[in-house]
Design a protein around this ligand. Sequence first.
Ligand code: GSH
Length: 237
Amino acid sequence: MAQLQSRPIQVYYWPTPNGWKISIMLEECGLPYEVIPVNIGRGDQFKPDFLALSPNNKIPAIVDPEGPDGAPLSVFESGAILQYLGRKTGLFYPTDERGRVEVDQWLFWQMAGLGPMAGQAHHFRIYAPEKIPYAIERYTNEVRRLYGVMNTRLSDRPFLAGDYSIADIACIGWAKLWERQGQDIKEFPHFAAWLERMLARPAVKRGLALNAEDRAKIDFATDKQAQSVLFGQRPAG
Ligand SMILES: N[C@@H](CCC(=O)N[C@@H](CS)C(=O)NCC(=O)O)C(=O)O
């Protein structure tokens, strides 16, 4: 990949399931990159320089100094970043239309389904100051349904869509947190086998380990400032 990219891709990152999608993809592709930590528990996501790249005040975002025609390009939204890196490298994203549509379906399934539902399950099960049984049940059940869909899909194939792809990469970081989502992995044997295979990949290990010490620094379940920033959606004050 060195000849494809000489200057590092800048990754605006915090070690979370959406951030891991990009660290895993960059590691899998062997692309050079440099990390710009965006501490979402301390309000870095509301700083004007970051908002100029990521107007939705969320990580991840990237700046590729060697974008199309050699000019810099910035991208926000993890799914769009995965597709961009897949197109740029020709890796983990098929070039034929049928293969690409197959991957896109499962990528969008993750982006619009598994990610948001698992995120709400984390929120209401772990972070919400008030335990609301209806919300806990609603999102726990929805994640259970989604892992059921994934389990069925993986019952007769090793990956979600054709070969190992950005669709699998998008799901790994969320799937590995199944316990926090109130799930029993024994209910989903094909999903469990897939997860084990994914977590055994050296690039996945490296991607998940990127800046892991930052994750340990802030516990969103107990850190009042982080809760005010993240759940109040306001800069640190
Ligand atoms: N749809 C977005 C979601 C990104 C997202 O939710 N990022 C979280 C961390 S996992 C974040 O930056 N939160 C900061 C905030 O909400 O202020 C994507 O996939 O890129």
